[in-house]
Design a binder for this molecule. Sequence first.
Ligand code: ADP
Length: 498
Amino acid sequence: MPQRTFSLRKQLRKRVINTLIRDFRLHKPEKTRGEEVRDIVLSWIKGIGLPIISTFIVLSIRLRFTSFLADATFILFFPSIIVVSWIAGLYSGIIATIFGAIAALYFVSPPLTALPLTSQFEFLLITYLIEGAIMSYFIANQRNAKSKAEDVQQSFQLLMENTIDYGIIFLDKRGYITNSNYGAYKLTGYHKSDLVGRFFSILFTKEGKAKKLYEKEYITALRKGRSEDDNYLQKKNGTDFFASGFTTSLWTQNNQLRGFVKLFRDVTQTKRLENEKEDFISIAAHELRNPVSSINLYLQMLQKYYKNNPNKEAQNYVQKASEQLQRLLDLITTLLDVSQIQQGTITLNKEAVDMNTLINQLIDNIQSSEKQHKIIKKGTIKTKIIIDKRKIEEVMINLINNAIKYSPKAKQVVVTLKNKQKEISISVTDFGIGMSNDVATKVFERFYRGKQKHIGNIPGLGLGLYISSQIVHAHGGHMSVTSSPEKGSTFAFTIPKT
Ligand code: ADP
């Protein structure tokens, strides 16, 4: 029998779904003209019919039990007003009040079946009408509020029960779990009853707990309103999964913190594929680097050889080959940098470096092969700074090369050095294509390439600024850009002195 009920319900649902799809495809309005008229008629019947019926019932009772209810003239109609206001709303409630008044005057108060308003009833009648109207108003309001609250409650309930792929967890102000959905159970194995009342660190892995990731999420959500969470969480059975989602703080309109909602989904599979891809790139780049470096060495030897045994044509080929090889080496370095950053294994080999000398050398180097732009240096930094020399060189080369690349018509690039109290600041300014604010907010993202005019002709991978900003970040500094389209850009970064 339950089997049959189930399949019946399924069939019914299928029929509803088919009708909905058909209506959706036809862009059918919610109601046809006929249905609208029917609804209006029904609401009239409900609005007036209900007061008539209820007044009639009350009156019948009053007339049937005249001896008991001799003193009750108006008061008997109050239940009718209550019921009608609750079912059909304010206007029906007021109509019921008026019908009650007419019935009381016409059939109950002497002289019967006549409507003279004797002074004896005048006061009672006015009080009854005012009370009836007030009662209708409050009851109808109460009813509306209740049905709205029920609607919200039901939508919320359905959301919690039907969101299966996403875990939703509500926290109170102190981070204790107050509610969780079915999805949270599917993803973590914890039932709502396991979670409610527990501190939300219960969801984190041992390492996550040691790193106090939950505290980071809590504080970021509190300070910034939202924390983007990408980390491993632990299931009830002890296994891990990679969760991606966010935690949002919930504030009332009077700025009272109500708590937090944490939403997450399982992206372990995607993460695994991403890791495999990163690993592959990293291994391939590593493996490529050695043979390519060897070829580079042999080419340098060949260059030397042809210097001593001049052969113009061969010299030219060797020169071209070593330029292309340099590009290949740069690409390999970029790939290695990106995979290091992605895997969080970026390591800095720091040493005390004279920034002035470093930048002078770099500028000379780039200038030796750059004919159009003059690279001008402004300011000096006298003190030595503790940095990873090779990596900061990479940042500088990247910024200067970009400045040249993205200012094809300009003649200058300016490098400015500033020695501040706690940090040094280096900026590279060009007078080229510039960028809008929209582009400027994204240039430090991985694989981002701007959509400026003519950018299609300029080669690039969209990785240079990502790597540079990460290197600066790893040094405890900050990279920024100010720019205006068609005028030029300034990329600046800081490095703390200690
Ligand atoms: P790539 O130059 O290989 O595209 P980058 O990460 O170095 O990658 O730069 C990202 C994007 O930032 C570029 O595609 C370009 O749109 C913009 N950009 C970078 N430097 C400049 C600059 N000096 N002037 C204008 N746009 C720039």
